[in-house]
Design a protein around this ligand. Sequence first.
Ligand SMILES: Cc1cc2nc3c(=O)[nH]c(=O)nc-3n(C[C@H](O)[C@H](O)[C@H](O)COP(=O)(O)OP(=O)(O)OC[C@H]3O[C@@H](n4cnc5c(N)ncnc54)[C@H](O)[C@@H]3O)c2cc1C
Length: 504
Amino acid sequence: MPAKDVIIIGGGLGGLSAAVALAQVGFQVTLFEKRPRLGGRASSYMLPSGEYVDNCQHVTLGCCTNLADFYRRIGAADKIRCYSHLLFLDAHGRRQRIQPSPLAPPLHFALAFMKFPSLSWDEKRAIARLMLSICRNGGRPTNANDMTMLDWLCQQRQPKRAIERFWRVVLVSALNEELDRASASYGIDVFWKAFLANRRGFELGIPAVRLADLYLGCRDVIERHGGEVHTSLSVGEIVESQENVVAARLDDGTTVTSKFFIAAVPPDRLLRILPRTVVEHDVQFANVCKLRPSPITGIHLWFDRQVMADPFAATLGQTVQWIFNKSSLYAPLLQNASLGFGSVNTVSVSGSNAATEGQYLQLVISASHNLASQSREEIVDSCRKELRYLLPATREARLLKSTVIKEPAATFSPEPGCDRWRPTQQSSLKNLFLAGDWTQTGWPATMEGAVRSGYLAAEAILSAVGRPQKLLQPDLPVEGFARWFSRRGVVKNTPAAPSLRTDA
Ligand SMILES: Cc1cc2nc3c(=O)[nH]c(=O)nc-3n(C[C@H](O)[C@H](O)[C@H](O)COP(=O)(O)OP(=O)(O)OC[C@H]3O[C@@H](n4cnc5c(N)ncnc54)[C@H](O)[C@@H]3O)c2cc1C
C-alpha cells in the first residue's frame, strides 16, 4: 500500500475521533479496525439469530463536550436524544422524578433534592453540606488525593444511608467502579461537572439508533478527505527502527507505511503489537498493564408485552442499576426503517406488530464483579426477581428471549493513583502517538475520555508538523452561583500533568 500521512490502528472512539479530526484538517488518514464494525466497545454485536444488539446501552451527559463535538463532526448529533430529567425506581415500586428548577446552579437541583423521599432530612443536610464544599473547591479534590471515594465520604461524615442511596447510585455507573475502589478525585469531579457547575451538565444523551449506526458518518468524512477505512483487518505488529515506527504489518500479510501512526487499541493489545524490546525499555508502555479492568454486564430481555412506559429509569438499592426501554428509545428508528443496517431489535410475536405489542428492555449492571461467576441463567433470573418490584407489569409478562453480555474488561478501574499508569498521547517512539480512554485524559474511561484522547493525539501530530491547533473542546462554563461559590471561578479544562512513575 502507498504511504499515507497517518495510520490509525483501532476504530473505537479514540481512533475515530483522531481520524475524523485529522482528515478534516487535511491529513490523509488510513484506519484499520479489527472488527467488522466501527465503534469498538461502544458498538453493536450480531447475535447468532442475525439480530443486532448494542454491546451495552451507552449514555452521554451534557458535560461531555468533546463527544458532542465529535457527534456533530460526523453528522450524528441528531441521533442522540436529550433528556432533562432522571427517573428513579425503588423496590417498593415508588417512582421519583428529578428535574432541575429555574434556580441558578448549583441550586438547580435543590428543590427536587429536598422532595426526594428516600432520604431523611439529616441525610439530605449532610449531602448538601458536602455538595457545597465540592462547589467551594471548584470540583478540586482537596484532601482527597489517593483516597477512595468511600474513605473520603466517611472522612466527610456522610451517613451510611446517604452513601448507599445517593453517592453510590450516581457514581458506580459513572465510574464503573465500587466506591471502596474508585478514586475520590474522579468521584468529586463527576458531581462538579454533571450536577453543580452548569445546569446542562447532567442532561442525559441516549442514542435513538443502534450504536454502530452512530458512526456511519465517520467513513464518509475520512473518505471524502482522501482517506481509507479498512474493517475486519487488524494490525499484527508495529515495526520499529531507531525510535521510529517504520511500518505496520497487517494480519493479511501486507506491510503499510506512513509518516505518523496512532495506536488507538486497548492497552493489552498495544503491548502485543509493539516490539518486545520497546516495551521492556519504556516504563510508560510497561506500566500500562498495571491498569486493572472493571466489568459491566448488559442484560437484554424481550417481553411479549409492554412492561415499562418510561424510556429509561435508574434504580435505588438494587443490583440492576439502569433499565432502558429500547423499544421506546428506538421508536424513531422503527418509523424510519431506512436508517442503519440489519434487523431491528423488536419482538416478533406470531407475526404481530411487536413494535407496539412486545417490549425490549436492556438492563445495565456496572462494576459487576460479583456476577463474574454467575451463569447467564442465574443473572437473568435474579434480574427478573428485581423487576417484579421495579416494574410490576413484568410479573404477568412472558419473557420471549434474553441475552447477557458480560464485558470483564469494560473499562479500566479508576482506582486511586491509577493516573500514574496512564501514558500521555505522545510516546517514546517519535512518530507513534497513543489514543484510547486509558491514556491521560483527566477523565475516567468513558466515550468522552476516548474522544479527548483522540483529539489530543491529533493535536500532538499537528504540533509535530509545525501546525499547532486546538481541537480539545472547553468544558461547559461554570454558571450562576457556582461561579461565585467556587474560589477559582473557572473549571479546570486540561488535566494536571501526571507524575509518571519511573519504576516499571
Ligand atoms: C459494557 C460497556 C458499557 C459502557 N457504557 C458507557 C456509557 O454509558 N457511557 C460512556 O461514556 N462510556 C461507556 N463505556 C465506556 C466506553 O465504551 C469506552 O470508554 C470507549 O468506547 C473506549 O473507546 P476506545 O477507542 O478508547 O477503545 P475501544 O472502544 O476498545 O477501541 C479500540 C478498537 O481497537 C480495535 N483493535 C484492537 N486491536 C486491534 C488491532 N490489532 N488492529 C486493529 N484494530 C484493533 C478494537 O476492535 C476496537 O474497535 C462502556 C463500556 C462498556 C464495555
